[in-house]
Design a protein around this ligand. Structure first.
Ligand code: ZN
Ligand code: ZN
Length: 305
C-alpha cells in the first residue's frame, strides 16, 4: 500500500493530543526510524474527512498526478467526479487513454463511433494489487465528440447525454485532438446495460432475410430486460444437426449445437448458453406474416406438455 511519512522532529512531542490531531487528517499506523538520519517518522495514510477512512476518493486523488487530458476544464471535471466517489463508483469518471480503445468505427445511423475498450470500467478497489478492479474488459462502447470543451457548455451537454448512456470517462483522439465521451448504451427502463441492450448491440450481426421475422425476434429481445426466459433468437441452420422427420407427430427433431441463451458473460462479451447439443423440435412456419404472440404462446404450451 501507499503510505505517507511525516517527520516527528522531537520524539518528546508524541502525546495523545498530537496523535488525535494527526488522526483527524490521517490513518495512523505506527512509527519508524530512518537509520541514517536517525529521524523518527510517523507512518500514515491519507484519509477522507467526510468518510473518516481511506475511501474511493482518496485512491483517485493519489493518482491525479499520473494523468492529464491536456485541458484544465476537462481535468477539473473528471477530478470533481472522482472526489465525489466516496463509497459509490457508479457516477465516477476517468481519463481514458486513446490507445486503450480499438476497433473504432463510425456508425452513420447514430452519428457516433462504436469501439471496444480493452480495460473495461472501474468497479472496485483492489487492496492486493493497489489498483482498481475492472469489469467488462473489451466491452462495446460508444464515442461521442465534445465539440467545445469549455466549462460552461460541457456540463449541459454531458448531462443531456447521460440520460441515454452510461458515462465512463473522456478520451482524446491524438491525431484530430477531438475530445470524446466514452459511453455505453443504457436501458431507460433499467437505467443500466441490461440484456435488452446486449441484444440490441447485436442486431446488425444477423438477419433472417425476412423483415417480419426480424422484427418479431428483435421485439422479444428488446423486452428481455432482466430475464432471457422469453427471448427468441435467429438460429442459423448450420447450428442444427441430425435433423430427422418424425412421422407420428409431424415435426422434425434435431440437435442444436449451441444450446439456448441463459445469461450474459461479461468476461467474453458474449452469451452464456445451456443445453449444448440438446435435442430440439423444429416446426414449419408456413407464412412468416403469421408470426404473432398467439402462435408463440400456442407453441410454448405444446412444449410444456
Ligand atoms: Zn470519502
Ligand atoms: Zn432494460
Amino acid at each position: 500500500m501507499i503510505i505517507t511519512l511525516k517527520s516527528l522532529s522531537n520524539p518528546k512531542e508524541i502525546t495523545l493530543d498530537l496523535m488525535n490531531e494527526i488522526k483527524t487528517d490521517y490513518e495512523f499506523y505506527g512509527i519508524t526510524q530512518d537509520p541514517q538520519t536517525k529521524n523518527y517518522m510517523m507512518v500514515l495514510n491519507d484519509k477522507c474527512k467526510k468518510c473518516n477512512k481511506v475511501c474511493y476518493a482518496i485512491y483517485f486523488q493519489r493518482n491525479f498526478e499520473s494523468w492529464t487530458s491536456g485541458n484544465d476544464d476537462i481535468n477539473k471535471f473528471i477530478q470533481d467526479a472522482q472526489l465525489s466517489a466516496h463509497n459509490d463508483l457508479k457516477e465516477t469518471l476517468e481519463w481514458i487513454p486513446y490507445d486503450r480503445i480499438y476497433n473504432i468505427k463510425y456508425v452513420e445511423k447514430i452519428h457516433a463511433y462504436k469501439a471496444n475498450w480493452i480495460d473495461g470500467y472501474i468497479n472496485q478497489w483492489d487492496n492486493k494489487s493497489d489498483n482498481w478492479k475492472r469489469k467488462d474488459k473489451n466491452m462495446i462502447i460508444t464515442l461521442i465528440s465534445i465539440n467545445n470543451p469549455n466549462s460552461l457548455t460541457i456540463l449541459d451537454f454531458i448531462n443531456e447525454i447521460k440520460m441515454d448512456y452510461e458515462f465512463y470517462g473522456i478520451t482524446q483522439n491524438p491525431r484530430t485532438k477531438h475530445y470524446m465521451m466514452v459511453l455505453n448504451d443504457k436501458c431507460k427502463k433499467c437505467n443500466h446495460a441490461c440484456y435488452a441492450i446486449h441484444f440490441q448491440q447485436n442486431f446488425e450481426s444477423w438477419t433472417s432475410g425476412n423483415d417480419d421475422i426480424d422484427k418479431f425476434i428483435q421485439n422479444t429481445q428488446l423486452s428481455a430486460h432482466n430475464s432471457t426466459k422469453e427471448v427468441l433468437e435467429w438460429i442459423y441452420y448450420d447450428k442444427l444437426c441430425n435433423i430427422k422427420y418424425i412421422e407420428k407427430i409431424g415435426v422434425y427433431k434435431a440437435n442444436w449445437i449451441d444450446g439456448y441463451i441463459n445469461d450474459w458473460d461479461n468476461e467474453n462479451q458474449n452469451w452464456k448458453r445451456y443445453g449444448k447439443s440438446a435435442i430440439i423440435v423444429l416446426k414449419n412456419l408456413s407464412n412468416p406474416k403469421n408470426i404473432t404472440l398467439d402462435v408463440i404462446n400456442e407453441v410454448s404450451f405444446i412444449n410444456e406438455i
